[in-house]
Write a protein that binds this ligand. Structure first.
Ligand SMILES: Cc1cc2nc3c(=O)[nH]c(=O)nc-3n(C[C@H](O)[C@H](O)[C@H](O)COP(=O)(O)OP(=O)(O)OC[C@H]3O[C@@H](n4cnc5c(N)ncnc54)[C@H](O)[C@@H]3O)c2cc1C
Length: 396
């Protein structure tokens, strides 16, 4: 994030989330006749730079925590859900590479997670793949461990071997600008076709794994994004695919105590403040205020820790943003919808794995389901079966 000098142009936005949830964002252009001016922390302190963070998900809270620890005067604005999603959708599964989150919960003395989980992959024919906890197996050079220990139940060896050229591309992709230029011009689907991926491997296994990881149809998604994700979340180190799950609501187990700690250090959390616009200082060309419905917050810097569709809506409705090239470019981006469902089945059903990925049973995208009786402490002894299923939808 771009912070560290007295005044910043409004370019330090955080786009950690390209998946959007459909919450009403109406009334963005409404401006009240009178506005109160907040000094954020009572007295204005020249030594502390004021940072206003819009959004209170992982990106907003993570930024607030680091800035607050560095002595910035931080105000986090939430949009009315009491700092946390009421439906608690979003990150529940935490992959082995999420080192920052694991060290955070250790630092805060929390124990919110399950043990490492085995998982499974289903096609319409049945159980295709079993993923053991890879870090528990004897270590092999990456990516051999992931390929060797993963158990394919139905897929013939000949189909599995067609993935080898893709592994070469994953190793070739070193996340440099040059690598992005090389692979960004083709879609993930094209890359798989060019690599000679067998149709069966794609349809029954790999396609859905990539779709649920990228939250996008592979025909529309950059091959560079897919290779980057595979490197980070799958095969750089044996164990990258391993995951733990939050043993209950993330808001209750992590966000609330975290916010309490930050508040005790002087960080301000102001809920029900839907940001609608920004003011610029004419002389410096830098942001000076964040405008909510009927209030204005002074700022030396602003972090937009919200999804793409919120930034697009803000840009369209904001006189300050809709002339700036960097924000107009955001209007070209696509976001995808996810549908998250929770099912209560009226009897106990044995589900072999707590965490499961499924390929589509029709022409739609991949989906996942999770056995919450296994994962959530509060559902462990429930007489009914509680399953969460998340479906990746089309890009808008
Ligand atoms: C169903 C589902 C399941 C997922 N599962 C996983 C998973 O298992 N593992 C994983 O790693 N990732 C998962 N993800 C992705 C993950 O949720 C996101 O990557 C992550 O939440 C992004 O965090 P964020 O802070 O950037 O954005 P968000 O969590 O979206 O937070 C943005 C916040 O800004 C607020 N806001 C929006 N507009 C305004 C405004 N105008 N003013 C003030 N506040 C505003 C929103 O209410 C929200 O609280 C999942 C996503 C979904 C939808």
């Amino acid at each position: 994030m771009l912070l560290g000098c007295c005044r910043f142009p409004l370019t330090s936005y955080v786009f950690a989330n390209t998946r959007c949830r459909d919450k009403s964002r109406s009334g963005l252009s409404r401006k009240a006749a009178t506005r109160q001016i907040h000094a954020n922390n009572g007295e204005y302190n020249n030594n502390e730079k004021k940072v206003v963070i819009v959004g209170s998900g992982w990106a907003g809270l993570g930024a607030a925590y680091h800035l607050c620890n560095q002595g910035f005067d931080v105000t986090v604005l939430g949009d009315g859900y009491d700092f946390g999603d009421p439906d608690d959708v979003g990150i529940h599964g935490f992959w082995y590479p999420y080192k920052n989150i694991f060290s955070l919960v250790d630092e805060l003395g929390m124990k919110p997670f399950t043990n490492w989980l085995q998982s499974a992959q289903y096609s319409k024919e049945g159980l295709e793949v079993e993923f053991p906890v890879l870090q528990d197996r004897p270590q092999l050079p990456a990516p051999l461990g992931t390929l060797f220990y993963t158990q394919f139940n139905r897929l013939p060896l000949a189909d599995r071997l067609t993935s080898v050229p893709l592994m070469a591309a994953v190793i070739d992709f070193d996340n440099t600008d040059m690598a992005w230029r090389k692979y960004d011009s083709v879609t993930t689907r094209e890359l798989l076709k060019q690599s000679g991926f067998s149709e069966r491997l794609y349809q029954d296994v790999f396609g859905s794994l990539l779709q649920v990881g990228l939250c996008a149809p592979l025909e529309q998604c950059s091959a560079a994004a897919a290779l980057g994700m595979l490197q980070f979340m799958a095969i750089s180190h044996q164990g990258d695919l391993d995951m733990v799950w939050c043993r209950g609501s993330v808001k209750e187990r992590i966000f609330n105590p975290w916010i309490e700690l930050m508040s005790s250090k002087g960080c301000q959390f102001v809920d029900s403040k839907k940001v609608i616009d920004f003011s610029f200082d004419e002389e410096t060309g830098c942001i000076s205020d964040v405008v909510c419905d009927n209030e204005t917050y002074k700022a030396d810097a602003v972090i937009l820790a919200v999804g793409i569709s919120t930034v697009q809506e803000l840009t369209k409705n904001s006189a300050a943003l809709n002339t700036r090239e960097e924000f107009l470019k955001v209007l070209n981006l696509a976001a995808s919808d996810l549908v998250s469902t929770k099912l209560w089945l009226d009897k106990k059903i044995k589900i072999p794995f707590a965490r499961n990925v499924c390929s589509s049973f029709d022409d739609s995208s991949g989906w996942t389901f999770f056995n919450l009786n296994e994962l959530f402490d509060e559902h462990r002894n429930s007489p009914v079966t509680i399953v969460q299923a998340d479906f990746v939808s089309i890009m808008l």
